[in-house]
Design a protein around this ligand. Sequence first.
Ligand SMILES: [Zn+2]
Length: 192
Amino acid sequence: MEKTISSQEALELLKEGNKRYVQGTMLQKDFNSKRKELLGFQKPFAIILSCSDSRVVPEFIFDTNIGELFVIRNAGNLAVDKTILGSLEYGAAHLHSALIVILAHQSCGAVCASCDCRGKSQEGNIKYIVKAIAPAAKKSNYEKEKAIIESAKNTAAIILKKSKIISDLYNKGKLNIVVGYYSFEDGSVKFF
Ligand SMILES: [Zn+2]
């Protein structure tokens, strides 16, 4: 009964959902019955590593229901911490989601801060976020919108480099990683 959704199919579902979100034609959802249906299991079709920005809500942006997305969030959509890598591995290897989306967004405060201070913040633990984005900021000549995409691509590369579980699945063609860029202006997500 369990249908495996390929990475291409998952990407199509996200694109279709985002189209509905942009057009304001989101599907009617019955959270009560869905919650009960998923009492004993979950089978999300995609893993989203998104920024914590309160305006970036993956479940809304992709017009999904309960149980459809495995979402990990932190400021700057980074994968520096091992618990983030572990969460991604759990989604990929145990829940069998075949697609990871690094969801970046317009005017990301974390990336903008890293560009503004040239990666040299001293503030509390925020400095670790700024520092993690610094190579992408520098490579983009501190041009913020460019750095946002570059940093997300960097995150994808880091995941493949630091997670053997994910890189093995990727090399076998069982999983794909893409970068998404969410526009505040029109609500669209462009995939790279
Ligand atoms: Zn952000």
